[in-house]
Design a protein. Structure first.
Lengths: 142, 297
């Protein structure tokens, strides 16, 4: 028995969406991804103008950035689910990929927390660092 | 299904059939991509840690504001949006190639693979231009607290610190090299001396005092140096992503050649195109997060 026949016999049933419907779904996803990207770019660009005001609201900038993160996660979901067809696979297989990725929740939270803590400690004990880098008016950064 | 088939299949998956109803190679591609996601994730999280440890970080709108052929016009995020759309489009052409593969339509696979490869090459060319522009750019920064220097965005220097104005700038100009002053007068002249400033040879012969008088400080955007880690993370992570795009293009070219030669028609299936497709979509997926972390937030 050849490799190829093995490969095919591992698939006991096909779960492909009918041809035309599949193409329709791909095109729909493409427009959706493009639309989300344009929204993201608009929001990212808006931060540029918010920064021009010396007394801008840090909460507003943080909120915009949070919304962009959520939109990016939506994009990632559509790419994986539709383009990579993971959404069409058996649930157990999806879980063997999705569950290990949960590690990222701890990974991101722990390390950002760590960086933030380092900043706070430095600002507290290294006044030179704080004075040199802390935000003053008209900085052009954030 | 005969018992002999079952016995043979046991070598692959205990139980005689794939519990996931998916080919072994494709499943392993998924697990490879999951591990690769952790590699990219670790890089991006490390970048996040350093960024969170800083009081100041450059605004991407300030860093990425150039577009090929437009000179000094301020176009924040314009070029990177082109790159992003190229990658999304090439992801669509790839999924269409996979779709034609399901229908065993060789001509369709060839057509869409060609477009995908072109998209990948276009993205790499864009990235090459972007890197070149960042590295060779000449941005005026305050160096050693007392003079203006021209530096590019490299691993060793970041010109995107806080804007400086007033006496700090005028004092620093007096200590700056003649070359720096010529550059600033040439690039950012006051409107009334614009024609004189266009002549580089003429500027070279002028004294420092004359040159300083010609510089329009409001437009020169003289900054402090920014966090040095920016360059290493930017070039490291976009470079690692670019390397994935590059290897994806190579894989796609090999797939195209195999398709043209009829290898998959003889095998009776286009599963290889599906696996190459998974890799290519992953490259697009990673870009979503690279784009997010470096350009948007």
């Amino acid at each position: 028995m050849s490799m190829e026949q093995h490969a095919m016999s591992e698939i006991t049933f096909h779960h492909h969406v009918p041809g035309d419907e599949n193409v329709k779904r791909i095109k729909k996803t493409f427009w959706l991804l493009s639309f989300i990207t344009i929204i993201e770019l608009g929001m990212g660009f808006s931060i540029y103008f918010i920064h021009k005001d010396p007394d801008y609201s840090h909460g507003l900038v943080l909120g915009i950035k949070g919304a962009i993160v959520i939109l990016s996660l939506a994009k990632a979901f559509y790419i994986v689910s539709i383009f990579m067809h993971l959404g069409d696979e058996i649930r157990n297989m999806i879980m063997t990929i999705a569950v290990p990725l949960m590690l990222f929740i701890w990974f991101i939270a722990a390390f950002l927390w760590d960086g933030n803590s380092y900043k706070n400690l430095r600002n507290k004990y290294d006044k030179h660092f704080e004075e040199r880098t802390i935000e003053k008016k008209d900085t052009g950064g954030h | 299904m005969s018992s002999t088939t079952t016995a043979q299949q046991t070598k692959w998956w205990n139980g005689g059939r794939s519990p996931f109803n998916v080919e072994y190679g494709k499943l392993m591609m998924w697990y490879f991509l999951m591990s690769d996601a952790f590699t990219f994730g670790a890089f991006l999280i490390s970048y996040g840690t350093i960024r969170f440890s800083q009081n100041f970080w450059p605004d991407p709108n300030v860093v990425f504001n150039a577009f090929p052929g437009t000179g000094h016009i301020n176009l924040p995020l314009a070029f990177v949006s082109v790159m992003t759309f190229i990658l999304i489009a090439s992801s669509v052409t790839m999924v269409l190639a996979v779709h034609e593969g399901h229908r065993s339509n060789r001509q369709g696979v060839i057509k869409w693979m060609l477009w995908t490869i072109l998209g990948g090459i276009a993205f790499l060319l864009c990235q090459a231009w972007e890197w070149h522009h960042l590295i060779t750019g000449e941005h005026a920064v305050l160096a050693d607290g007392n003079k203006i220097e021209l530096i590019g965005q490299t691993m060793g220097g970041n010109p995107w610190g806080k804007l400086i104005e007033g006496s700090a700038v005028t004092d620093a100009l007096k200590n700056s090299s003649h070359h720096t002053l010529v550059h600033l007068a040439h690039e950012y002249p006051k409107p009334e001396v614009a024609t004189t400033a266009a002549n580089l040879d003429g500027l070279e012969k002028m004294s420092a005092g004359q040159l300083i008088g010609m510089i329009d400080l409001a437009h020169a955007h003289i900054r402090e140096k920014g966090p040095i880690a920016f360059g290493g993370y930017f070039f490291g992570i976009t470079g690692f992503h670019g390397f994935h795009v590059f290897s994806g293009v190579i894989i796609n070219i090999i797939m195209l050649i195999m398709t043209v030669k009829g290898v998959f028609d003889r095998k009776g299936h286009y599963l290889m195109i599906e696996k190459a497709g998974l890799y290519w979509h992953f490259v697009d997926l990673v870009w979503v997060f690279v784009f997010l972390c470096f350009y948007l937030i």
